[in-house]
Each structure stands twice: as C-alpha cells, then as structure tokens.
Design a protein around this ligand. Structure first.
Ligand SMILES: O=C[C@H](O)[C@H](O)[C@H](O)COP(=O)(O)O
Length: 260
C-alpha cells in the first residue's frame, strides 16, 4: 500500500507519525488543520485504538473535529481545556527561526488561538515548506465580510508604507462565492514577493479595522518535525538549539494508508 503514496505524502506522513510520539497520556493537545495535520490525527487515532493512548484533543477546524471523532479521539473545546500542553499543526512555510506562514487551508484564526494557548507548538511539514525568508506563499489575512473592500484598501495602504514587495491582494473564492472560514469570515490572500519585517507586518495588519487575524506566526513555534519522501525525519528544537535525524519505517503503517 505504501507504493500508492506520493513522496510528498510520505514526507507529510512520517513527520506526523514522529510528532505523534510527543503526545502522552493525560495531555490536552491542539490538533491542527490541513493535509499534514490530517495524517497526525490518523496516527493519533491509531495510537488511541491500538495502544490505549488517553488524551483529549482540541481541533482547530470543523474538518479536523470530524476526522478526530471518526478515528476515536476524545474531542473537547478550548474553553473546556482552558490551556493546552501541546499543539501540533502543519504550515505553509517556515524559516530558520521557525516563523511561519499558515492559513492556506483557511483555519489560521483558530490555529493561532489554539497554538498560543499551548505550552508547546510543534510544526509538522514536508521539507519543501522550508524557506530562507517568508513570503513566497500568499499570506492569508482573515477579515470580516462587512466592508471588506475598505479593509483591503487599508491593507494596501499599509503595504505601501512598509518594506514589502509585490502587493497584489485577492479575495479567496470557493467556486463562484467568497470562501468562508469556520467563523463566517473572508480571507484575503496577500501575494507578496518579499516580506521585509514579518513581525512588524503581523502587528500592523492586526491593527486594521476589519482584520481579524493574519497568517504570520512569529515566536509561537518551538519545534519543527521535517519529513522527507524517503522516510527520514529531522526534529529541530529552536529553544534547545538541537537537531536530530531518524528514519521512520513506512511498511508498518499499511492500515493507515488503506484508510485514505
Ligand atoms: O489553514 C490551514 C493550515 O494553516 C495548514 O496547516 C497549512 O495550510 C498547511 O497545510 P498542509 O499540511 O495541507 O500543507
């Protein structure tokens, strides 16, 4: 069955499988959104069913909540959990300082709330997500639908006043209609060829009326687990300044592959 997975899916899978080992009995764990996070949820579901792992998960989207319940994970809300031991999530880009762009799947708002309410955030990603400087991936900004064009104009104005290159902004669509987040908001994708100062941009964007949140995650992520198509994983810890490498066996996981 493993032969049916593309190298990129294998890379996402091994990163997720390695990160699932961070989850221990009794933990409250934030569960990210996206294709890599979906692998994590499946891996954790398997640990619950086959190893009796006991933890509670706080999903970052309705999609993740549905999958988590389906695979047997106990799901609770962030209000019930109050605080989390750990959040594991994917990313669209990460740099050497583990600053991230997230929100390609539209879940950035819940993802940022959940990640910042956690003692630790671990990102799981295939190696292609690593960049020298953030910005090639369009930066998602969640805005409320009321007067969104005014918010867009203010964002454009802010970009002009900053050291940001490329300023095209598009409204994310879902077929013929605007894409709606779980909160019913819109997403503006900022096509920036270079973000001068991500920290400053993140702060300025969030001061604009109508902007709910942006997809820049700065000083939030503690560790990244990077997966490769040949089954290797690299674990980098930004606080400890350590990097370790190991090989994950793919053949053992035929059951999970069959579920796809
Ligand atoms: O809103 C979606 C999230 O930020 C995802 O974690 C991100 O887009 C990465 O998704 P994927 O693992 O599918 O590449």
């Amino acid at each position: 069955m493993t032969g049916e997975l593309s190298p990129i899916d294998k890379a996402k899978f091994v990163a997720a499988k390695r990160a699932a080992e961070f989850v221990e009995d009794g933990m409250r764990v934030g569960l990210g959104t996206g294709s890599t996070a979906a692998w994590l949820v499946r891996c954790l579901g398997e640990k619950v069913r086959e190893e009796g792992l006991k933890f509670r998960g706080v999903p970052t989207s309705t999609r993740t909540a549905e999958l988590a319940r389906e695979v047997g994970i106990e799901v609770i809300t962030l209000e019930e959990a109050r605080w989390l031991d750990l959040t594991i999530d994917g990313a669209d880009e990460f740099d050497g300082e583990l600053s991230l762009i997230k929100g390609g799947g539209g879940a950035l708002l819940q993802e940022k709330i959940v990640a910042t309410a956690s003692d630790q955030m671990v990102v799981i990603a295939d190696a292609a997500k690593e960049v020298g400087t953030l910005g090639a991936f369009p930066l998602p900004v969640e805005v409320i639908p009321f007067g969104w064009t005014a918010s867009q104009a203010l964002i454009e104005e802010a970009l002009v006043s900053m050291d940001v290159m490329g300023r095209q902004i598009t409204l994310r669509m879902d077929g013929d209609a605007a894409y709606r987040t779980d909160e019913g908001n819109f997403i503006l994708d900022l096509h920036l060829t270079r973000i001068g100062n991500p920290r400053q941009l993140a702060l300025i964007l969030n001061q604009i009326p109508g902007v709910v949140e942006n997809g820049l995650f700065i000083d939030i992520c503690d560790q990244v687990v990077i997966g490769y198509g040949d089954g290797r994983v690299e674990v980098r810890d930004i606080n400890a300044g350590t990097t370790s490498e190991e090989q994950i066996a793919l053949a053992e996981n035929d059951n999970l592959f069959r579920d796809i």
